[in-house]
Design a protein around this ligand. Structure first.
Ligand code: 5AD
Length: 332
């Protein structure tokens, strides 16, 4: 599929048909398994000033926290007890955990027989290499947008080429590699969304996470319009159709924008949910956007409700590690 065709589909009104096709594709390739990942937001300290993000360094009202190694391991153990098979360790971009400390954390989490995804931002090739050597399996680094001008505007101290290079480094180091975008950034075009999708394919990403942009009142974009859920779901459905074997989460931002966002995503191509296991005291300070509506895994009823929701749509929570089929295909 070329850019022109992708643009046409994104502009077309018939979203329902697209969602159904994406769901059919997911069921045919992955089946009815849904994979759960336990998200630990380990530190909200960030040295970047991304315009859209509530934990950017210019937000002086933010109460900073960084979980200690012991707290992270304790949380990972708790996630394991709750039945999770994958831990996602996410933080702002910072130097809170030096290389040795992070490698120690990775080794300990891996000794619990869990899959581990890191989402710590842009690091050097050597750092990614050491994390991998310590046992990390997967890495998430959204490109956010492939429109270079928009990228530079949204990330005043970012470098588009470096971010792309990071993603190719992760691929080269044999990480199961995830990327993704924000849908609905100010001045983002349908044309650029189509290019984003082509970029995912070019990279041969193993996971794609995307969500609508949600304005945060402590950022420069506070008065901008939020992204559109339907357009987000259309992009996601199209990604599923074009990349049938990858993992796609129903993201928290989708649920934040609409009460049934997660459910809609799961019947439009998504096959992953990432409930939050961050200690409650720290959670409100990890506010990348307001009113984050993720599943709180520490609340028994909420986790049970998620299981029920998944069963209601004819799926089941998988007991496996849930590696991307796209990744397994090359690494048999
Ligand atoms: N709205 C929606 N998503 C956001 N993210 C950051 N800020 C926002 C926002 N205001 C997303 C980015 C990042 C991920 C962890 O959260 O895409 O990669």
């Amino acid at each position: 599929m070329e850019q022109k065709e992708i643009i046409e589909i994104l502009k077309n009104d018939n979203a329902e048909e697209l969602y159904q096709k994406a769901h059919k594709t997911r069921v045919e390739t992955i089946g009815h398994n849904v994979y759960l990942r336990a998200l630990i937001e380990c530190s909200n300290v960030c040295s970047r000033n991304c315009l859209y993000c509530g934990i950017n360094r210019e937000n002086k009202e933010l109460k900073h926290f960084s979980l200690s190694k012991d707290e992270i391991i304790k949380t990972a153990k708790l996630a394991k007890e709750l039945g999770f098979k994958t831990i996602v360790l996410q933080s702002g971009e910072n130097q809170v955990y030096d290389l040795k400390t992070m490698c120690g954390i990775i080794e300990e989490i891996k000794s619990l027989n869990l899959a581990l995804t890191l989402s710590l931002g842009e690091k050097t090739f050597e750092e990614y290499k050491q994390y991998k050597k310590s046992g990390a399996d997967r890495y998430l680094l959204r490109i956010e947008t492939t429109d270079e001008i928009l990228f530079q505007k949204m990330h005043p101290d970012g470098n588009f080429k470096n971010r792309v290079e990071c993603l190719y480094n992760l691929k080269e180091l044999n990480y199961e590699t995830g990327t993704g975008i924000l849908v609905g950034l100010p001045n983002q075009t349908i044309e650029s969304l189509a290019k984003d999708i082509l970029f995912f394919r070019e990279l041969d990403a193993d996971m794609i996470g995307l969500g609508p942009f949600i304005p945060h009142n402590k950022t420069l974009l506070k008065n901008e319009k939020a992204g559109d859920l339907e357009l987000t779901l259309k992009v996601m459905a199209l990604v599923r159709i074009l990349m049938p074997n990858i993992n796609i989460p129903a993201t928290t931002a989708m649920e934040t924008l609409s009460k049934n966002g997660r459910k809609k995503a799961l019947i439009s191509g998504a096959n992953v949910v990432m409930p939050n296991v961050t200690p409650i005291l720290n959670r409100e300070n990890y506010s990348i956007y307001p009113d984050k509506k993720g599943v709180n895994a520490l609340n028994k009823e909420e986790l049970e409700k998620l299981y029920k929701e998944i069963e209601e749509i004819g799926d089941k929570v998988s007991g496996g590690f849930g590696a991307s089929k796209n990744f397994k295909k090359i690494n048999k």
